[in-house]
Design a protein around this ligand. Structure first.
Ligand SMILES: [Zn+2]
Length: 245
């Protein structure tokens, strides 16, 4: 009995000494993630009145594509609110992000798909656009399935290997839902519209047209292939060939 109460007293004493420290570290972690994201949001948020006609039409066209692809292939997130915004870049045309500042204040998780209006000036084929939207919606679905803490972790993970797995998983989902041919078209269009020094890194990060071809054939023979590859994502043609046979 006495030993038990001594142990309890010891533990209470430990918590008294350590509690504020642990609490402080947690608070710092949450606050730094919060401020990082709040800044990122402030930079990206634009008032609707600041939008040019070009931006407005890019947003409208993207919204139509998102609704169409989602209605056909992503019923899991049929009800999710997805915001469309524009961004400028030389080498990126779409990206999917989430807003965690709203999530931290217990509002609903906000998913944002960003579009670079240049994609519409450079005549990307319609099937290619639907496929890249299917890739972005795969990211959206992934965010929706994560909890608060996992999302916080995602903000910090930016290693090269993580990015490649993350992007190739989204490709796998789009391909397994029938967008493989379109994704080949998109990547071909993309390579033709990039500064030459950016093509290599795109080929490494995402599946190349040749790899997508292998995946389409592999999926025909084994419909469960995509699920298997999700667990161990092939990062180059060699790894892919080894995983398929
Ligand atoms: Zn992506």
């Amino acid at each position: 009995m006495r030993q038990g109460s001594q142990r309890r007293a010891k533990r209470a004493n430990y918590m008294l000494r350590r509690g504020p420290f642990i609490g402080g570290v947690l608070l710092l972690f949450v606050m730094s993630a919060f401020s990082e994201l709040a800044l990122a949001e402030a930079r990206q948020t634009k008032l609707p009145s600041d939008q040019s006609a070009d931006q407005k039409s890019a947003i409208e066209r993207t919204r139509k594509l998102v609704n169409e692809v989602r209605g056909r292939s992503y019923l899991e997130i049929a009800e999710a609110k997805i915001k469309i915004e524009t961004f400028k870049s030389e080498s990126n045309f779409f990206k999917a992000r989430f807003s965690i500042t709203r999530y931290l204040t217990f509002r609903r998780l906000q998913i944002i798909i960003y579009v670079n209006p240049a994609v519409f000036d450079r005549n990307a084929p319609e099937t290619a656009l639907r496929a890249v939207i299917a890739h972005e919606l795969a990211h959206a679905l992934y965010y929706k399935r994560k909890n608060w803490f996992q999302l916080l972790g995602l903000v910090r993970l930016t290693s090269g290997k993580f990015t490649r797995e993350f992007e190739r998983k989204a490709d796998l989902m789009a391909i397994s839902r029938g967008y493989g041919e379109g994704l080949i078209e998109y990547r071909r269009w993309l390579y033709g519209n990039l500064p030459a020094d950016k093509i290599d890194s795109k080929r490494r990060t995402y599946f190349s047209p040749e790899e997508i071809m292998m995946l389409i054939t592999g999926l025909r023979e084994d419909p469960d292939l995509a699920n298997k590859l999700m667990k161990r994502v092939p990062l180059d043609p060699k790894q892919l060939a080894a995983a398929i046979k």
